[in-house]
Design a protein around this ligand. Structure first.
Ligand SMILES: NC(=O)c1ccc[n+]([C@@H]2O[C@H](COP(=O)([O-])OP(=O)(O)OC[C@H]3O[C@@H](n4cnc5c(N)ncnc54)[C@H](OP(=O)(O)O)[C@@H]3O)[C@@H](O)[C@H]2O)c1
Length: 324
């Protein structure tokens, strides 16, 4: 089968299309013919080994896994003899971070892994990008115990995490103030934001409103700059380690003093429950992943280059089977 392979860490150009062995599903595994996958920031981080800590999970000198790709949607092609929950021909989607392998024509995944049947009203293009950014958003929301009526500010509301966060928060009944650039104000309003701040016109950290939670989904701010935006007891969350990698340390220290605090949920949980939860949300239409560009598998290097500009809007898709 064709796959996007890399055997060393480095820039997008370390990835090439090659013929590799098609996986054989084990006893409790499902073999999925991948129709659509994505290139996301997690793929970029593991491809480049940035931050360095990535090497402790995926190989100190060179990567143990040669085919990346975490998000996928496709059809079950074969099942192991012990599989009871899925059948050949089922449309499925899921998230294979850790195992990886979605940047290929086929991947195998345990039937009890982060995998779910695709809702009938959702296409492969809608299902594939519904897990990576959304699972970060979901884990932030759960960690901070955000509820209906909470005032939440989302910085980076056009990213994969931010665009999912705005939708998940809105569906909970939280009142979302979203921050993005001028050209994306209408898009973000359409995701459900109650108020939108154009960061090219004003500095959101100087806003007069205060919030129960500030979620910086692109990691461009700091707790120091955002603290004044928090209500008493308010929470600051970021998708990045922050200046001097202080966010995890602040998450340990700030709760000791009571009042405003930092939370840093690592690693975001992903399992079948999470994918099942997101399945419900895409089925009901509460979550519609924002789609930016589409590439073919043989254009994956170009896709990586674009994702690494840090300017993608939502998600970048890879069509593995252009016929679908
Ligand atoms: N290393 C890893 O394994 C890993 C994995 C997942 C996520 N992350 C981190 O999590 C963050 C979010 O990931 P993502 O995929 O959601 O991001 P993304 O989709 O790449 O975010 C792109 C969006 O960020 C917005 N943006 C850029 N600069 C901004 C600024 N100064 N203020 C506000 N918005 C800005 C841009 O929209 P506008 O034009 O509207 O500004 C763009 O649409 C990234 O920082 C990423 O590094 C890291």
């Amino acid at each position: 089968m064709k796959a996007a392979v890399r055997t060393r860490y480095g820039p997008p150009e370390v990835v090439r299309i090659a013929d590799v062995d098609k996986p054989t599903p084990k006893h409790h595994e499902v073999l999925v013919k991948v129709h659509v996958t994505t290139v996301n920031r997690t793929d970029c981080g593991f491809r480049a080994a940035k931050p360095f800590i990535v090497r402790f999970f995926s190989g100190l000198i060179r990567p143990r896994v040669t085919v990346l790709g975490s998000e996928f949607a496709g059809v079950v092609e074969a099942v192991g003899s012990g599989v009871t929950s899925f059948e050949v021909g089922d449309n499925v989607f899921g998230f294979s971070e850790g195992r990886w392998g979605a940047h290929a024509e086929y991947l195998s995944i345990p039937e009890d892994g982060p995998l779910a049947p695709m809702p009938a009203n959702v296409t492969y293009e809608e299902a594939a990008p519904s897990t990576e950014g959304s699972r970060y958003a979901l884990s932030f929301i759960r960690k901070a115990k955000i509820q209906g009526g909470h005032d939440v500010l989302v910085n980076g509301a056009t990213g994969a995490i931010g665009s999912a966060a705005v939708q998940l928060l809105t569906s909970l009944g939280a009142v979302v103030t979203a921050v993005c650039a001028t050209e994306h104000v209408e898009l973000v309003r359409g995701l459900g934001a109650y108020r939108v701040i154009d960061y090219l016109a004003e500095d959101f950290t100087k806003d007069e409103q205060t919030f129960d939670v500030v979620l910086d989904s692109v990691g461009k701010s700091s707790y120091g700059r955002c603290k004044r935006l928090l209500k008493p007891g308010g929470i600051y969350l970021s998708s990045e380690l922050g200046p001097l990698s202080m966010n995890p340390i602040l998450a340990l220290v700030t709760p000791l003093f009571g009042g405003k605090r930092v939370m840093f949920p690592i690693p975001p949980k992903y399992d079948q429950e999470m994918v099942g939860h997101l399945k419900g949300m895409i089925e009901s239409g509460e979550l519609k992943p924002v789609i930016d560009r589409r590439y073919r598998l043989d254009q994956i290097v170009e896709a990586y280059r674009y994702v690494e500009t840090g300017q993608k809007v939502g998600n970048v898709l890879i069509s593995v089977d252009p016929g679908t």
